[in-house]
Design a protein around this ligand. Structure first.
Ligand code: C2E
Ligand code: CA
Ligand code: CA
Ligand code: CA
Length: 278
């Protein structure tokens, strides 16, 4: 709307030229990020709400580039998705994530779950199921301890392929969760036709459960609905103790957020395990 009435030439401002130049630069750097070892997986604790005992971790990608510094996923995942680079990057995340969960088991004897984000492009890649299975095989992680996080946006397309891929993964014993639940403008009907195991309540609902009656009602309703469908619930973005009190009263199974721990590099996650879990 801002550009209304301007010619195509005027719209293509020097500023925009810079933006697309920057984009190209990021893109070519991203192409080499994997081989140059610039990607790093961070881990954020997922905790059982009632006991505070660790359940597992969500794997979250970071990109350490010598010129750009630490690049956050919101900045480069969309570009990786557009260019298709998310396919090799996503494979790397799956392999590293499964491996980490196995290493924690070897080091501490605890069987933690690892949650991995899956983007639409990656999900629709014909090799996706093989990539997931080979990550499990390579690491030795039992499929029940891998949870794939899928956004409502991906499910929205309602295609036969989506349903078939989800069913295959479910049959392999891999767990499936709906990420950012409540933000995807999606009809709820997919919850009964697709084999999901977990709902992740988006942080925008969790933020104000203690001071907005509407948000409290929504979260309560989501938890009850999920449970009556046989799904577990993870609350995202938990930052304060009062939120945990609320979530625990409402029988929310798991919680994740800065209150417990920020996403952290693998060695720090180990430290977190050692100090918080004994
Ligand atoms: P997400 O899957 O919803 O991940 C949760 C985001 O919330 C993370 O941001 C995390 O750092 C942040 N977060 C966790 N606890 C709190 C809290 O208490 N308060 C607040 N305000 N935020 C919290 P991050 O790490 O920047 O990741 C952003 C998004 O990038 C992720 O959102 C996910 O959609 C995407 N992403 C990250 N890693 C990957 C990946 O390996 N593959 C794909 N396809 N997407 C990824
Ligand atoms: Ca996620
Ligand atoms: Ca299942
Ligand atoms: Ca989320």
């Amino acid at each position: 709307a801002k550009n209304k009435g301007k010619s195509a030439f005027e719209r293509f401002s020097p500023e925009m030229k810079e933006v697309s130049h920057e984009r190209l630069q990021i893109e070519s750097r991203m192409r080499r990020a994997l081989e140059l070892n610039e990607l790093e997986l961070y881990f954020q604790p997922i905790v059982e709400t009632c006991s505070g005992k660790v359940f597992g971790a969500e794997a979250l990608l970071r990109w350490n580039n010598p010129t750009m510094g630490m690049v956050m996923p919101d900045k480069f995942i969309p570009l990786a998705e557009e260019t298709g680079l998310i396919i090799p990057i996503g494979q790397w995340v799956l392999e590293q994530g499964c491996q980490a969960a196995m290493q924690w088991q070897k080091a501490y004897g605890i069987e933690l779950s690892i949650s991995v984000n899956v983007s639409p492009r990656q999900f629709r890649d014909p090799n996706f199921i093989d990539v997931v299975l080979s990550a499990l095989k390579l690491s030795g992680l039992p499929p029940q301890r891998l949870e794939l996080e899928i956004t409502e946006r991906l499910i929205l397309d309602n295609s036969i392929e989506t349903s078939e891929i989800l069913t295959r993964l479910d049959q392999e014993g891999i767990r499936l969760s709906v990420d950012d639940f409540g933000t995807g403008y999606s009809a709820l009907s997919y919850l009964k036709s697709y084999p999901f195991d977990t709902l992740k309540i988006d942080k925008s609902f969790v933020q104000d459960v203690n001071n907005k009656q509407e948000d409290a009602s929504l979260v309560r309703a989501i938890i009850n609905m999920a449970h009556s469908l046989g799904l577990k619930v993870i609350a995202e973005g938990v930052e304060e103790e009062e939120q945990i009190t609320f979530l625990n009263d409402e029988n929310c199974d798991y919680s994740q957020g800065y209150f417990y721990g920020r996403p952290m590099p693998e060695p720090e996650y180990r430290d977190w395990l050692e100090t918080s879990q004994r």
